[in-house]
Each structure stands twice: as structure tokens, then as C-alpha cells.
Design a protein around this ligand. Structure first.
Ligand code: NAD
Ligand code: DAU
Length: 354
């Protein structure tokens, strides 16, 4: 048995594959275009493992996807590949529409064609798991209840709009063609191997270089933080126990503001890697807000907890400590991804914020 993972060289995909291989014997083929966010080093430990194949390629390449489905005959597609950073979607939405919308459409069509040719248990058991985000539900006010699977779609950024579009396609491919799809909408992940453009790894890596820790607006935007290992275990549970056509919201019940997150990083670094120049919080710098910035996300994971017997293991405190530990122990990983292209992005995103 094999599963086809897309985007497995990125942050969550790589953690998912590493965990998958640790837990069982089932083979994985990883289709990833190795964009700026994809990092083959993330899976270096799997080199030589006969259960793992890496294919460098684009999910928009229908012929390639058809070939992989024929060759590997996977029992499931787990679809992570995406452009994933909200700020980049504001500067350049094109790639988000191409990959997140057209790429998902291409995969769905290829999966539909492949699945139509299956029979018996192979056909009944096939699954297409679309890894999506809570951002499709839009923004909550301070005292609104958390998002459920029945919350309306109200995406506010080019990124979330492109993910919402993909979710709609996935839903339609189930409703119209019967493709056995599953959708998970997850909150903000953090943990090892996250590209240092997102808040937590950016704060850790900037702090270690003595650079400013940029906090957008008043720093009171709230996210529901989930340790990546908990997201990966949820995805396994959705894949194994989820009902085709159903949606599962995944979250950590850890609502924390951006400012508190950055302060938390500073406190851990003060303890684990003290700086002679003083507490890291001296580097916190309030900068111009993100256009259209969503104020608050919160997930009600009750359905996944009840229907799949899944729950998050890490608290925000334990997950953040593991994360800071990992970045301290893997400075080379960060140095390698902070290439010229990364520096160009940092200048582009932060220069105009003052
Ligand atoms: P990431 O940006 O770290 O990784 C994305 C991966 O997709 C990279 O390896 C990249 O090379 C690959 N990719 C991009 N375009 C591709 C294409 N056209 N063809 C093949 N591969 C391509 O993203 P992530 O944070 O790991 O997120 C993975 C998925 O989970 C995304 O779909 C994202 O929307 C979703 N998600 C992320 C979070 C989060 O907090 N990071 C939360 C909920 C859902
Ligand atoms: O909610 C799930 C989503 O979480 C995923 O679908 C996205 O792929 C992922 O990027 C993430 O989106 P966010 O925009 O919430 O994550 P980001 O790390 O960019 O920002 C988290 C919060 O921190 C947000 O309120 C903006 C703020 N922020 C971010 C950066 C990069 C800052 O204050 N300063 C920063 O420099």
C-alpha cells in the first residue's frame, strides 16, 4: 500500500511524512515542486529508505500526476501542496490562484480519472484528503464562538480565498462525481521545520541574530496555535476514520495573541540561550499592520475529538518549548533556508512597514 503526498517537502508535509514513516510500514511517494518553501533536507533522513520516493514536480502537471497515480496506485492522496503565506499572497496573488486553485483542480481531475478505473475494495477505500485552513471562515470578533464545520466561508485574503476556492472544488467533486474526499480545516501550526517567514520561526531566528521582532499593528490579532505533531496525528485520524464528504476542524484550543506569542518566544530564549545585551523582548518592534488583517481565529475541534477520538497532546507552553529547542539545535537548517531569495522577501515585506 502507498499514499501519494503533495507538498511533502514543506513544513507540515515533511512532519507528516516523517511521522507516517515512524508509525508504520506503508510507502509514501512525495510530489513536491520545491518552491522557496520546499526543502529536500527536511526528509534527508529518509534517503535510502525503500518505502519513500521523492518526485520533483508540479501538481499542475496533469500528465505527471496521471503517471504517478498509474505507477504507484496509491490508496490515498494527501494534498498539502500550496502557496501558504498570507503576506506573500498580498504582494503576489497569482501563484496562489495557480497552485491552490488550478493545482487542486488538476489533482482532483487526475484522482477522479484514476479512482473511476478502480473497482471493489480499492475503489471503496480510496480517499482524497484536502489539507485546508481555518482562514476560509474569515475573522471572528473578540467574543464570537469558535468556528465549527458549519461556519460560513468568508475568506478575506488572496491566500484564504484561494484555499476556499479549492475547498469548494473538493466538495463539488464529491457531490457531483462521488469522489471520496475528506477536508480538514486547521488552525495555525508551529513546530520544527517551519519556514522563517511565519511568526514563530521568524521571531526565533530574528532574535538569535539580534534583529527586530516585528509585531503587526497592536499585536492583538489572535490565532489558535496547534503544534504540528498534533496536526499530523489529526490528519492520520481523518484519513483512517473520516467519512467521505465530511469536513473536520482541527485546532488546539490555544488562543494566543501575536504579541503574547512573541513574548513567549523571548522568555524561552532568555532561559535557554541568554543574550548578554539583555532580554530578547527589547527587540519587539510594532510595525504597520497587514492589509485586511484578520483579527481572530478560533477552532472548535469537538467533531474531530468526538468522531475520530483525536485530541491535541501539546499545550502551547510545551509545544513552544519543543519548537524553540529545535531551532536552537538546528541553526544550520535555518542558515541554509535564509538564502538571497529569503533576504529579498524580508526586505520587500518589512521595509515599507516602518
Ligand atoms: P509550506 O509553504 O511550508 O509548504 C508548501 C509545500 O508545497 C512546499 O514544499 C512547496 O514546495 C510545495 N508546493 C508549492 N507549490 C507547489 C506546486 N505547484 N506543486 C507541487 N508542490 C508545490 O506550507 P505548510 O505550512 O506546510 O502548509 C501545508 C498545507 O497546510 C497548505 O495547504 C496550507 O494551506 C495548509 N495549512 C497550513 C497551516 C499552517 O499553519 N502552516 C494551517 C492550516 C492549513
Ligand atoms: O490559520 C491557519 C493559517 O495560519 C495557515 O492557513 C497559513 O498557511 C499560515 O501561514 C498561518 O497564517 P497566519 O497569517 O495566521 O500566520 P503568520 O505566521 O503569518 O501570522 C500569525 C499572526 O502573527 C498574524 O496575526 C500576523 C502576525 N504577524 C505575522 C508576522 C509574519 C506579526 O505580527 N508579525 C509578523 O512578522
Amino acid at each position: 500500500m502507498t499514499i501519494l503526498v503533495t507538498g511533502g517537502a514543506g513544513f507540515i508535509g515533511a512532519n507528516f511524512i516523517l511521522e507516517w514513516m515512524r508509525r508504520g510500514d506503508e510507502a509514501v511517494v512525495n510530489l513536491d515542486a520545491l518552491t522557496y518553501a520546499g526543502n529536500a533536507d527536511n526528509l534527508a533522513s529518509l534517503q535510502g529508505d525503500a518505502r519513500y520516493d521523492f518526485v520533483c514536480g508540479d501538481i499542475k502537471d496533469r500528465k505527471l500526476v496521471d503517471r504517478l497515480l498509474r505507477r504507484y496506485a496509491p490508496r490515498a492522496v494527501v494534498h498539502f501542496a500550496a502557496e501558504s503565506h498570507v503576506d506573500r499572497s498580498i504582494h503576489g496573488p497569482d501563484a496562489f490562484i495557480q497552485t491552490n486553485v488550478f493545482g487542486t483542480f488538476t489533482l482532483l481531475e487526475a484522482a477522479r480519472s484514476y479512482w473511476s478505473g478502480l473497482s471493489g475494495a480499492d475503489r471503496d477505500d480510496f480517499r482524497f484528503l484536502n489539507v485546508s485552513t481555518d482562514e476560509v471562515y474569515g475573522s471572528l470578533e473578540h467574543d464570537d464562538p469558535a468556528f465549527t464545520e458549519n461556519s460560513c466561508y468568508r475568506p478575506n485574503s488572496p491566500y484564504s480565498a484561494s484555499k476556499a476556492a479549492a475547498d469548494h472544488l473538493v466538495r463539488a467533486w464529491h457531490h457531483t462525481y462521488g469522489l471520496p474526499v475528506l477536508v480538514s480545516n486547521c488552525s495555525n501550526n508551529y513546530g520544527p521545520r517551519q519556514f522563517p517567514e511565519k511568526l514563530i520561526p521568524l521571531a526565533i531566528t530574528n532574535a538569535l541574530c539580534g534583529k527586530p521582532l516585528p509585531v503587526y499593528g497592536d499585536g492583538m490579532s489572535v490565532r489558535d496555535w496547534l503544534y504540528v505533531g498534533d496536526h499530523c496525528s489529526a490528519l492520520q485520524a481523518v484519513l483512517e476514520g473520516g467519512v467521505p464528504g465530511e469536513v473536520y476542524n482541527i485546532g488546539g484550543r490555544n488562543e494566543v495573541s501575536a504579541l503574547e506569542v512573541v513574548k513567549g518566544v523571548c522568555e524561552l530564549l532568555d532561559e535557554l540561550h541568554p543574550d548578554r545585551a539583555g532580554p530578547y523582548s527589547r527587540l519587539i518592534t510594532f510595525v504597520k499592520d497587514r492589509p485586511g488583517h484578520d483579527r481572530r481565529y478560533a477552532i472548535d475541534p469537538g467533531k474531530a475529538e468526538y468522531a475520530l477520538a483525536w485530541s491535541a497532546v501539546e499545550s502551547f507552553a510545551s509545544g513552544l518549548r519543543k519548537t524553540v529547542d529545535w531551532y536552537l539545535a538546528n541553526r544550520e537548517w535555518t542558515d541554509n533556508v535564509q538564502s538571497g531569495a529569503y533576504q529579498h522577501w524580508i526586505t520587500r515585506n518589512y521595509e515599507a512597514r516602518g
